[in-house]
Write a protein that binds this ligand. Sequence first.
Ligand code: ATR
Length: 273
Amino acid sequence: TDRYAVFGNPIKHSKSPQIHAAFAESTAQDLTYEAICVAENEFAENVERFLSDNGRGLNITIPFKQEAWELAEVLSPRAKLAGAVNTLYRDDQERICGDNTDGIGMVRDIVRNNGGEIAGKRVLILGAGGAVRGVLQPVLEQKPARLVIANRTASKAEELATLAADLGEVTGTGYDTLEGQCFDLIINGTAASLQGEVPPLPEGILAKGGWCYDMMYSAEPTAFCLWAQDNCAEKAIDGLGMLVEQAAQSFLIWRGVEPDSQAVIKQIREALT
Ligand code: ATR
């Protein structure tokens, strides 16, 4: 049987085994998928060992996504820009390949699952850490009218904007320059939501009929989704669908079959409460 796993530390709260088990069942694929806690200084050797021992693919989560990026011999373009890898596998030449499905997962959740649009829209992304860097290429591929990255530490947002400059019209800034601007879609990629905080956004920043997307999720509405409701967002969506969609895209890379994510999103949502 083909083996798959997610490597992280800590790993016990990972929902990936449940998600991939559901995908395997619905697509009738014969495979196993485990969550493995890897010691911080033993990542590379564990990857090599797993991939030599019937291991066909790995998901990589905190704190190893950057190390996986360095380890991969071949990187997809979106993983290259992301600076992080969440999916590893060997190609037919036995090279270790790295991809990053977080951004495509988020885009699919916005566009396909929720019927939203990024193309032609004014988009604001909050934050400039690994989570935001990981989604830049797939977001820019949708051809937004403009993309602004705003971060507490403005220099980090400016650096990300420079990295992505070839892919479209993208600007990096601090929160203080947002006054008077207006966006159709605001995406939260800061960790603030987990602490119950929302970055300081000026009134009127969300256009009438605008949407909000929080990359974080929780059983209760996140702080950013509550902010969205207070600011009359037409839709406020949390990142649970992104979690399931990034898994579906990894599954597609490994198995060549794209599982249906809707039923799994529903199943995971119900288990949260
Ligand atoms: P991740 O890999 O999850 O993106 P990270 O690289 O530590 O984690 O980045 C965290 C992001 O959340 C950063 O953009 C951070 O802003 P700074 O770069 O200025 O530190 C942002 N962040 C965290 N807590 C925040 C808060 N309370 N208010 C605003 N932004 C916050």
